[in-house]
Write a new protein. Structure first.
Length: 298
């Protein structure tokens, strides 16, 4: 696998350097998950010995796992990051939660609207993200450099061809770009690279005893006391971990005894189930992610 990881690393570093050179004001989107961690590491390699030459932005819904926010603070200090945090404070003030507005409307207000507002506030013309083409079908339609129309709208049929790594970075009025250096990586590639580079990850990826309830057939971890219990629900301690991280009421855990990266790699080598099976925001059919991306989602 060394040759494969070396090739993926080289391509991602090229994308990062091309993005920094071709656009006026880049920003890196930081979700705190495994893909974002790999992206940060690649950016450090790409611009070593200097600092990462653009800020990183986290879209904070206020419902992330506490361990994610703690890990974010550690990375900011350790990597000397210029962190920007964007939150839809109007929606917070109106009491928007995953329970009051449902998963889809909550995601639109707390993620999509907050992302668009953060990008517009600072005038960024390109946002670097950690999306991979193997995640689900609509992401497979993306280019490495993905054009966004005014309002950050994504129109799949208006994407530009990418021939021989020739980048068309021209932007018309109101247009912006998304840059995806990990486009050709798989989830397994990401974890193999984390193992090779000995990268830190949020401990939630590893199994531990956590308070859980079963809701809609999924294991949900009660990360704090804000999550209302439904009639008959009683938290039970289970040994669980996560494949994908997000807002805790909308992110399902899985029972597991895996406590290290070697175990995660072995698990992935033996399964063909999508990591996003535990993301409840993707559960409204095959077009739901595409519909969110059309509105400006990650």
């Amino acid at each position: 696998m060394t040759d494969v990881l070396d090739a993926l690393e080289a391509e991602a570093i090229w994308v990062l350097r091309e993005t920094a050179a071709a656009f006026r004001k880049p920003v890196m989107l930081y979700s705190i998950g495994k893909d974002s961690g790999v992206l940060l590491h690649l950016a450090r390699k790409a611009f070593h010995p200097g600092r990462i030459p653009f800020p990183v932005m986290h879209i904070d819904t206020t419902w992330k796992f506490r361990e994610m926010i703690e890990f974010r603070g550690r990375m900011v200090e350790e990597y000397d990051l210029d962190l920007l945090v964007s939150t839809n404070h109007d929606a917070v003030a109106e009491g928007v939660t995953p329970f009051t507005h449902g998963a889809q409307e909550y995601t639109r207000l707390m993620k999509t609207v907050a992302l668009r507002a953060g990008l517009d506030l600072h005038g960024f013309d390109v946002a670097i993200g950690g999306s991979r083409r193997d995640e689900e079908r609509s992401r497979a339609k993306e280019r490495i450099f993905s054009l966004r129309m005014p309002g950050h709208r994504w129109e799949p049929r208006r994407q530009r061809p990418e021939l021989w790594h020739t980048v068309n970075a021209e932007l018309a009025e109101g247009q912006t770009m998304r840059s995806f250096p990990l486009s050709n990586w798989t989830e397994l590639d990401v974890w193999r690279y984390i193992r090779r580079e000995n990268l830190p990850v949020v401990p939630l990826y590893f199994a531990d005893e956590r308070p859980t309830v079963v809701r809609d057939g999924q294991l949900i971890v009660l990360d704090d006391d804000r999550m209302p219990l439904e009639p008959g629900e009683t938290p039970v301690m289970r040994r669980v971990r996560f494949r994908s991280l997000g807002c805790y009421p909308l992110t399902a855990a899985m029972e597991s005894d895996v406590v290290d990266v070697d175990g995660i790699v072995a698990d992935l080598e033996a399964t063909n189930m999508s990591e996003r099976a535990g993301r409840m925001i993707d559960g409204d059919g095959g077009a739901s992610m595409e519909a969110k991306k059309v509105e400006g989602y990650f």
